[in-house]
Design a protein around this ligand. Structure first.
Ligand code: BG6
Length: 497
C-alpha cells in the first residue's frame, strides 16, 4: 500500500503517550523506510518547548529510545529527529487556531508534505470535541486540498451517554470515515490472528459454535498495580479501562460471523453485530450472579511489601473502584446460544498474560472409561501476550496396555518465525491510519454497542443494593469467589500454574 506525503499533528505532544508509544512507533517506521518521502510531525501542547527541546525529550534523551539509538548512526537518528517540530499552544487548547494553521502552512511549504494532515488527539478526553471544533473554525478540517483525518485516543467516553455525545460532537466537524478511534489491542498481531485462525483454517471454524464449544474464557492479567496513574484509574476502574474496549474487541473477534471479505466495513459490520448480540444484563439478580469486582490489598510479593490499591498515590482511601473485574455473559445468536463467556481483567495478578481459551465439549459418548482425561479437556488456547502463540490440548494414548488417555500439547510460538519482524501495536496502527485503512480502528457504532453492554454493570456496581467489593492480596489470581462465577464449568485457568 502507498503512504502519501503528509503531516502528523499531535495534540498533547508533551505527554507520556507521545514519548512512550507514538514517537518510538514512528521511529521504527522511519528505520523500516515506511514513512513517506515528505513527512513531518508537529507536536502541539501546552508546554513551552522549542523544536530542539522537543527533539531532545522524545528522541535524543528519551528513555524509550535509548537502547535503540546506541546502536545507530548519529546521522540516521538526526534524519528522524529533524522531521519533528513543536508548537506551544499557550495555556489552553481552546484557543484560536489561526497561529497553528500558520505554522502548519509554513511546514507544508518548507517540506512539501501536501495538504494531507492527520490530527492525533492525545489530550484529556474532555478536550476532544473542543479541539475538533477549533480545527474546524480555523478551516483546518476541509478536505479540498488533501485529506484530513482524526485519530482519537482512549478513553472514548465514560459511559454510553458520554460516548454518544462525543460521537455526535466529533461528527459535527469530521465525518465518520475521517475518524480513527484507536484501540491498541487491535494493533497486536495475535489479536488480528484471531481472524486468520478462524477464517483461513478449515479445522477450527466448523467447530466454532455451540455444538462443539462448551465455554469460552478470556483472561487479561497484569502484574503491575496502578503505578503513577492512580488519579486517572480511580475514576475509571478495570471495567472502563480494559473491558469496555480491549476485551470486548477480543470478544467481538471470537463471536463474529465470517465477514464476506477483508474490507474494513465488511469486518467492522460483523464486529458490531457480534457486540449487539451480547445479552445485556438488566435485573439486579442477574448482575449479582454474573459479575464480580474486587480490589487488591496490601501484600508481600517475593519478600517485598506491596501497597494495597487504596494506599496508592492519587487513589481515594475509601475508593470503590475495581482493579479486578470478572464477567459471565452470553451472546444471543444462532451460533452461540447457551455458551457462557467468562472474561476477567485485573491488575496485580501473579503475572502479565492475556489469553483466549476455547473449551471444547467432551465427546458425546465416552469410550475410554478410565481415560484419566477430565471430560472437558480439549482446549484451544490463543496466547495474545506474552509468549505469543497457539496451544492445542488434546488426548493421546499412554503407551502400554489398555486405553489410558493423557493430555498432550501442540504448541506454536510466534518467536519461531525468526525471520518475521513483528510491528509494535502503535507502529502498525499509525501506518494503517496514514494509509487510510480503518480496519483495525473502532467505528462509532462499535464503541456505542460496547458501552451499551457495559453501562448496566457500571450502574449496578455504583448503585446496586447487594453489590459487593471483594479484596485479593496483591500477587494472587483474584478473589476466591471468582470461581463461583464458573459454577458447573470448572475453574479459571490460571496460566503458568
Ligand atoms: C491500557 C490501560 O489501555 O492498556 C492500562 O489503560 C493497561 O491500564 C494497558 O496497563 C495494557 O496494555 P498492554 O498492551 O500492556 O496489555
Amino acid at each position: 500500500k502507498k503512504t502519501e506525503n503528509q503531516m502528523l499533528v499531535i495534540f498533547g505532544a508533551s505527554g507520556d503517550l507521545t514519548a512512550r508509544k507514538l514517537i518510538p512507533g514512528l521511529f521504527n517506521l522511519y528505520l523500516a523506510k515506511q514513512l513517506p518521502p515528505n513527512f513531518v510531525v508537529l507536536g502541539a501542547s501546552r508546554s513551552d518547548l522549542t523544536d530542539e527541546a522537543f527533539r531532545d525529550r522524545v528522541v535524543y534523551k528519551s528513555p524509550y529510545l535509548k537502547e535503540k539509538i546506541k546502536k545507530l548512526d548519529e546521522s540516521e537518528v538526526k534524519g528522524f529527529a529533524d522531521k519533528l517540530f513543536y508548537m506551544d499552544l499557550g495555556k489552553d487548547y481552546d484557543t484560536d487556531y489561526a497561529p497553528l494553521r500558520k505554522r502548519v502552512e509554513s511546514l507544508k511549504a518548507d517540506h512539501g508534505t501536501s495538504g494531507n494532515i492527520m490530527y492525533y488527539l492525545s489530550t484529556p478526553p474532555t478536550l476532544y470535541e473542543t479541539i475538533a471544533q477549533n480545527l474546524s473554525e480555523a478551516g483546518m478540517n476541509t478536505q479540498n486540498n488533501g485529506w484530513k483525518r482524526l485519530i482519537v485516543e482512549k478513553p472514548f467516553g465514560y459511559s454510553l451517554e458520554t460516548a454518544r455525545q462525543l460521537n455526535k460532537g466529533l461528527h459535527k466537524y469530521f465525518t465518520e470515515p475521517q475518524i480513527y478511534r484507536i484501540d491498541h489491542y487491535l494493533g497486536k498481531e495475535t489479536v488480528q490472528n484471531l481472524l486468520v485462525t478462524r477464517f483461513s483454517n478449515s479445522i477450527f471454524e466448523p467447530l466454532w459454535n455451540r455444538n462443539y464449544i462448551d465455554h469460552v474464557e478470556i483472561t487479561n492479567a497484569e502484574s503491575v498495580g496502578v503505578e503513577k496513574r492512580g488519579g486517572y484509574y480511580d475514576k475509571s476502574g478495570a471495567l472502563r479501562d480494559m473491558f469496555q474496549n480491549h476485551l470486548l474487541q477480543i470478544v467481538s473477534l471470537v463471536v463474529m460471523e465470517p465477514p464476506i471479505g477483508d474490507q474494513p466495513e465488511e469486518i467492522r459490520n460483523e464486529k458490531v453485530k457480534a457486540l449487539k448480540s451480547l445479552r445485556i444484563m438488566k435485573d439486579e439478580q442477574t448482575l449479582f450472579d454474573n459479575t464480580i469486582r474486587a480490589q487488591y490489598v496490601a501484600s508481600e510479593i517475593n519478600g517485598e511489601k506491596v501497597k494495597g490499591y487504596r494506599e496508592e498515590e492519587g487513589v481515594d482511601p475509601n475508593s470503590t473502584t475495581e482493579t479486578y473485574a470478572a464477567i459471565k455473559f452470553f451472546a444471543d445468536n444462532w451460533r452461540w446460544h447457551g455458551v457462557p463467556f467468562y472474561v476477567r481483567t485485573a491488575k496485580r495478578m501473579p503475572t502479565k498474560v492475556t489469553e483466549v481459551v476455547i473449551h471444547f465439549k467432551a465427546p458425546h459418548h465416552q469410550i475410554f472409561k478410565d481415560s484419566g482425561m477430565q471430560s472437558k479437556d480439549n482446549k484451544l488456547i490463543i496466547r495474545i501476550q506474552p509468549d505469543e502463540g497457539i496451544l492445542i490440548k488434546f488426548g493421546v494414548k499412554v503407551p502400554g496396555q489398555g486405553f489410558k488417555v493423557e493430555r498432550a500439547n501442540l504448541d506454536f510460538y510466534y518467536s519461531s518465525l525468526a525471520e518475521t519482524y513483528v510491528m509494535e501495536a502503535y507502529e502498525r496502527l499509525l501506518l494503517d491510519a496514514m494509509q487510510g485503512d480503518a480496519t483495525l480502528y473502532a467505528r462509532a457504532d462499535e464503541v456505542e454497542a460496547a458501552w451499551e453492554f457495559v453501562d448496566p454493570i457500571l450502574d449496578y456496581w455504583k448503585n446496586g443494593k447487594d453489590v459487593r467489593m471483594y479484596g485479593y492480596a496483591a500477587g494472587v489470581w483474584g478473589p476466591e469467589n471468582a470461581d463461583n462465577l464458573m459454577n458447573g464449568f470448572g475453574f479459571w485457568r490460571n496460566p503458568g500454574e
